[in-house]
Design a protein around this ligand. Structure first.
Ligand code: SF4
Ligand code: SF4
Length: 339
């Protein structure tokens, strides 16, 4: 069964979210997006896992596919190939982070021998190709060997039933439908795929030199900058699902940790002034020596009316009024015919 975890899907965080990657990749139209949400039609779902492979926030789950369990079982096993007819679902279900993490700990090939005749190749093969190329782009910048893909056409053991086949991926405690999506949103946790990648990166040798990756060629992580139009409205760091974007206890800076970014685009989607942008490059140093940058810094002053601190943008000559008191003052003036 395909489940949508609303506490993780960007569409439930904000109706401004433009994400519909899962809907676009689904070969059977089993997912439909609507303003502020998503619906899964399980009667149409064929358990291919492609939607799971493209979701930035791991908001979709198939009951019988547990990727961290597959990851750890595969690296322990003697298997040296990942194949959709032998030990995995559609290869589109393996996102860039799992591909990189797997290659950093084990030699393996991707079996693309079944893709040509596959009835869902039109939607899924471009995703397999893109993830494969992106993972190799990152691996080569880290000075590591690239993943290879071969037309092996492996098939599963005839004695293994479909149910047992899917149980290969089944976690010890399959995740059930979430109970409290709001609590999940507030939790600001990292998805499993990022935790797995960070665990692996922590164990591998650092490259001799760090390289710059072109941000536009990455889909799973990003580096960012904020321009002078930002007024510290706070939406971007309040909505960021992982705390990649955050603020100080005073709220006078916008901070960013690239290694925590999922490239879900929520911060861009909600920014009314379009002040947040991708930088041209992502430094591979972030994978091994993560940094927290100050993207913007503000002067906070006390409102002369209510006494609360607010972001002073240098745009007030006379009274120092916070935006709320300024609106109230303007409304009062209109009411008394003074405006
Ligand atoms: S890909 Fe993930 S975040 Fe995007 S709409 Fe689908 S479930 Fe939501
Ligand atoms: S920084 Fe922006 S793109 Fe990255 S995880 Fe946070 S909201 Fe998503």
């Amino acid at each position: 069964m395909l489940r949508v975890e609303s506490g993780s899907c960007t569409r439930y965080y904000s109706k401004l979210s433009g994400c519909k990657k899962c809907e676009e990749v689904c070969p059977t139209k089993a997912i439909e997006s609507f303003e502020g949400g998503l619906k899964a039609f399980n009667e149409k779902c064929i358990d291919c896992g492609a939607c799971i492979g493209v979701c930035p926030t791991e908001a979709l789950r198939l009951d019988n596919l547990d990727l961290p369990t597959f990851f750890f079982e595969f690296i322990k096993s003697d298997e040296v190939a990942i194949s959709c007819k032998k030990n995995f679902v559609c290869l589109a279900g393996l996102n860039v982070e799992y591909l990189i993490a797997l290659k950093l700990v084990k030699e393996f090939v991707l079996d693309i021998g079944h893709c040509e005749e596959c009835e869902i190749k039109e939607q899924c093969f471009p995703v397999i190709e893109r993830n494969f190329n992106e993972a190799n782009y990152v691996l080569s910048a880290l000075g590591k060997k690239e993943i290879t893909a071969e037309k092996l056409k492996l098939v599963k053991d005839e004695n293994v039933s479909r149910r047992e086949f899917f149980n290969i991926f089944k976690g010890l405690t399959p995740k059930k439908e979430e109970h409290n999506p709001i609590a999940k949103m507030k939790e600001k946790s990292l998805p499993d795929k990022r935790k797995v990648l960070l665990t692996v990166l922590n164990k591998v040798e650092k490259p001799q030199e760090y390289k710059l990756l072109e941000n536009e060629h990455l889909t799973f992580i990003s580096d960012k900058e904020i321009d002078h139009t930002c007024d510290n409205c706070s939406l971007c760091y309040r909505i960021c699902p992982t705390q990649a974007l955050s603020t100080t206890s005073r709220g006078d800076k916008i901070l960013f940790e690239p290694i925590l970014c999922l490239r879900c685009e929520l911060c861009h989607d909600v920014c009314e002034k379009d002040s947040i942008h991708l930088t041209p490059y992502f430094d591979t140093k972030e994978f091994f020596e993560p940094s927290q940058k100050v993207l913007a810094q503000f002067q906070l002053v006390r409102c002369e009316e209510c006494g609360n601190l607010f972001t002073y943008l240098g745009d007030q000559d006379e009274e120092l009024l916070c935006p709320r008191c300024r609106i109230e003052e303007e409304e009062a003036k209109k009411l008394w015919g003074l405006g």
